[in-house]
Design a protein around this ligand. Structure first.
Ligand code: FAD
Length: 553
């Protein structure tokens, strides 16, 4: 198998030798280390690697070079090595330029020279970047293959599930990829059996459910204990933080997640405001790190299961799953977040999952390569998606009901959207209809001020129009506001119409619901801030309240 490349660029022979030596020591087993003496020479190397289709995982470039600075080189290198991680070797005086480069050219890290000892100052940074690169690019070497139709909702759900569980897979599209058609014929499968999921051990799953895929891949799908101290419903940032704190503080903890860890944050192409990640990080990266941390500390993940009911039996709560099984626990944290509202326009429901998507994921973005893409929404999530999709699509059209995006979107996103050559923002425009049988074919757009309607051919529509909590599975005893958000703490007594509901002498804890022992955290909570950091903070804080509850019960 071709090894991916680590490219070093340095005009100073002593520095060039030293960095290549340290890189070989640690990474020669997995990567091929290639040295280059200047920016122009390195550009030639990259062009040759592109011709040979050899992936570049990492570029480490010195900044101060006579012919071309490191930043200038990395900017030119980006189109040739779009997925490569980029590190700049700098002197202290170049710090400002390096920080600017994080924004301007997507620099991943800057390292001060000298980097000795490498075990402390070089390898931890590069290990992290390379792990990230491998995660994002593992599909190239994947053992799992998915064969299906481009516009099939089941294929879409399967790919989304694999991607969000960080299972690398190769997507083989029927009628486009000869290998897909060959496998279909070889396995004698018919349309009802799609998608086919082929595992590295030779197993073929025909039109499997997500649970069957999870089981076949050895993902954890069953609760092991008879009784837990804490069960968390939902593995978004709030649920994962609660799992990390619960398990690390000695509580027997399980998390039930209907799909894959990450929640809404898992859909974000780049979270820029989470503390400690100056370059930002993708939601997939954040959720992978958090889920790994929770598992390492002993939390059990029960994936591909929907919690459909909660029953309180004395001081034990039972969470009922969609397959009829139950999990019993002494305390519950509901961290089920919110889901996108559906766009109410005739014709769209029929093609949801087949061209119309709520939220976006990396797998769809790549499938839309070279096509025109429409996005509905004007909040940060829509802005992030537009910028991400613009990397692959020919053109991205943002459809915005209001008269400006500045009022609803952060300034840094607005600026980048205006700068992007292939993003068009259409203000005061809404989608009033769509057509398509196998998949989305066209959209009807209406200009709100003039009422003028226009039908445009369209294959892709991504919708980001606000979100609602899905809390209808909770019993009436868990008080919610008129919009379905869960009421907690003092609000339980102040706002709950049925004030007599709270049964204890002590007041409910800040993140406690109207049922003692049932807590909530993150976006599903009434009055929450709807940010990753606040969800994480609430998840951790809720565990503190769980301890107090368990000690007193
Ligand atoms: C595209 C996008 C970009 C964003 N970008 C940013 C950003 O840059 N910065 C920022 O701070 N915030 C951002 N946000 C907001 C942020 O992601 C959310 O505030 C955060 O994810 C909320 O976390 P949560 O754990 O409360 O809920 P969620 O992330 O919504 O997670 C809830 C989880 O519960 C699961 N679940 C729901 N019901 C059940 C059930 N009955 N049984 C089992 N599982 C269930 C869901 O599948 C989901 O995984 C973004 C959101 C989106 C959609």
């Amino acid at each position: 198998m071709t090894r991916a490349i680590i490219l070093t660029v340095d005009d100073d022979p002593a520095v060039s030798q030293a960095i290549a030596r340290d890189l070989r020591e640690q990474y020669a087993g997995d990567y091929q280390i290639v040295r280059s003496g200047s920016g122009p020479e390195a550009m030639g190397v990259l062009e040759e690697l592109t011709r040979r289709d050899q992936p570049v995982a990492l570029i480490v470039s010195d900044h101060r070079m006579p012919e071309m600075t490191g930043i200038e080189f990395l900017e030119l290198a980006r189109p040739l090595a779009p997925d490569a991680k980029m590190v700049l070797l700098t002197a202290y005086a170049d710090t400002d330029a390096a920080i600017t480069a994080i924004n301007e050219i997507g620099l991943d890290h800057y390292l001060m020279k000298p980097w000795a000892p490498p075990e402390e100052r070089l390898y931890p940074v590069l290990d992290d970047l390379l792990a990230d690169w491998e995660l994002a690019n593992a599909a190239r070497f994947a053992g799992v293959r998915v064969v299906g139709h481009r516009w099939s909702e089941r294929s879409h759900d399967t790919r989304l599930f694999l991607a969000r569980n960080h299972v690398p897979y190769q997507w083989l599209e029927l009628e486009r990829d000869p290998e897909a058609d060959r496998l279909l014929a070889l396995l004698g499968a018919d349309g009802d059996e799609l998608p086919l999921v082929l595992l590295p051990d030779g197993t073929t799953l025909r039109g499997p459910t997500l649970l069957q895929i999870a089981d076949a891949l050895g993902l954890h799908t069953r609760a092991e204990a008879d009784l837990y101290d804490l069960v968390i419903v939902g593995a978004g940032p709030a649920g994962l933080a609660a799992a990390v704190y619960g398990a690390s503080e000695g509580l027997r903890t399980a998390v039930v997640e209907r799909a894959a860890p990450g929640g809404q944050a898992g859909q974000s192409s780049r979270i820029e405001n989470y503390l400690g990640f100056p370059k930002g990080l993708s939601g997939a990266d954040l959720s992978h790190r958090a889920a790994t941390q929770a598992r390492r500390l002993g939390a059990e993940m029960v994936l591909a299961h929907d919690v459909v009911a909660l029953e309180t039996r004395g001081c034990v709560h039972a969470l009922c799953l969609e397959d009829g099984s139950e999990i019993e626990t002494r305390a519950v944290i509901v961290a089920t977040g919110v889901s996108y509202r559906l766009l109410d326009a005739p014709g769209l429901a029929e093609v949801t999952g087949r061209g119309v998507f709520y939220g976006a994921s990396a797998s769809e973005a790549r499938s839309a390569e070279g096509d025109d893409v429409y996005i509905v929404g004007a909040a940060n999530s829509a802005g992030q998606a537009a910028l991400h999709l613009a990397r692959f699509a020919r053109k991205v059209v943002m459809l915005v009901r209001g008269t400006a995006i500045e009022t609803s979107m952060s300034q840094y996103l607005v600026a980048r959207i205006h700068e992007a050559a292939n993003i068009e923002v259409r203000l005061e425009t809404e989608v009033v209809g769509g057509t398509g049988t196998d998949h989305l074919d066209s959209l009807t757009l209406r200009h709100r001020a003039t009422g003028a309607e226009e039908v445009v051919p369209a294959s892709w529509l991504f919708v980001f129009i606000g979100a609602a909590p899905r809390t209808d599975w909770l019993p009436a005893a868990v008080a919610r506001d008129a919009n379905g958000f869960i009421v907690t703490g003092p609000d339980v007594v102040l706002l709950d119409a049925d004030r007599a509901r709270w049964p204890l002498r002590r007041p409910p804890g800040l993140l406690e619901t109207s049922v003692p022992g049932v807590f909530t955290a993150g976006d599903v909570r009434r009055g929450s801030m709807k940010r990753v950091a606040s969800a994480v903070g609430e998840g951790a804080s809720a565990v503190h309240l769980v301890h107090l509850h368990l000690e007193s019960s």
